[in-house]
Ligand binder design. Structure first.
Ligand code: ZN
Length: 76
């Protein structure tokens, strides 16, 4: 006789609570849903751009255009 031992009873993966992930837009603080949101974690493209710009300003600390001392054309 062959005792085919099957691993455990009928399957049944861990049930993952299906909840619409909600998050807060870091740019404007608006509540947005995670699913179906191409701009996550932002609420919209605008906020994404805004945040990126702000982030870039702080991270890169872009030095304002330091125009080299231009010597004005001397008058004749
Ligand atoms: Zn936003």
């Amino acid at each position: 006789m062959t005792a085919a031992t099957r691993g455990g009873p009928g399957g049944g993966g861990p049930q993952t609570g299906r909840k619409p992930r909600a998050l807060t837009c870091p740019a404007c603080g608006k509540r947005v849903t995670w699913e179906g949101n191409p701009w996550r974690p932002f609420c919209s493209e605008r906020c994404q751009v805004i945040d990126r710009a702000a982030w870039a300003e702080g991270a890169y600390a872009i030095p304002s255009e330091d125009t080299p001392s231009r010597e004005p054309p001397e008058k004749e």
